[in-house]
Design a protein around this ligand. Structure first.
Ligand code: HEC
Length: 153
């Protein structure tokens, strides 16, 4: 009969225990909830990264239209051309579509002709401003154009 009082004493204890168990259950529930949210965020990020990777990998592929002029299109002449000449001249290597002057892909000028055109202003009719560029810049653009249209330098 010693056990009876124990049980009686346990009564209130087990009630408290019950409360703390409920609290533990809540905490566990919240913790699991957080884990689920974290897992969702993680899988979203992973999914996003995986989705990004093929885009980056595909990046250079569509540029397969004109693989040859690409090295030239990265140089200073390419930048100068698109800012100083592209508004009037079409040149595929520079993505320029100007129509005021002749299409340079068709004309295929060599570097010397381009330098002369820059110095004199096109063929000298006044339709193309003379001296748009000079010195090194004129030469860089001329080299870029000649290289791009395949006329040599
Ligand atoms: C305002 C418009 C305009 C700009 C800007 C321009 N051009 Fe021209 N370009 C022309 C026209 C128009 C012609 C046709 C020839 C003429 O009437 O003089 C021409 C002709 C040319 C020719 C052919 C010349 C010939 O003897 O047949 C070359 C090469 C040329 N341009 C290169 C360039 C370069 C390189 C640039 C940039 C530095 C440039 N152009 C900027 C309008 C322009």
């Amino acid at each position: 009969m010693e056990e009876q009082p124990k049980t009686a004493e346990d009564g209130p204890d087990s009630g408290e225990e019950k409360e703390s168990r409920t609290l533990q259950a809540w905490l566990a529930g919240i913790a699991i909830g957080c884990l689920v949210v974290a897992a969702m965020i993680a899988s979203y990020e992973i999914g996003k990264n995986n989705a990004d990777t093929p885009v980056v990998a595909d990046g250079p592929a569509p540029a397969g239209e004109k693989p040859a002029p690409e090295p030239a299109a990265a140089g200073p002449g390419a930048t100068l051309f698109s800012t100083s000449c592209g508004s009037c001249h079409t040149l595929a290597a520079s993505d320029s579509t100007g129509t005021a002057g002749p299409n340079l892909d068709d004309l295929q000028p060599d570097a010397a002709l381009v330098v002369a055109a820059i110095e004199n202003g096109g063929a000298g009719t006044g339709a193309m401003p003379a001296g748009l560029l000079s010195g090194d810049e004129a030469q860089q653009v001329a080299d870029f154009v000649a290289e791009s249209v395949g006329s040599g330098q």
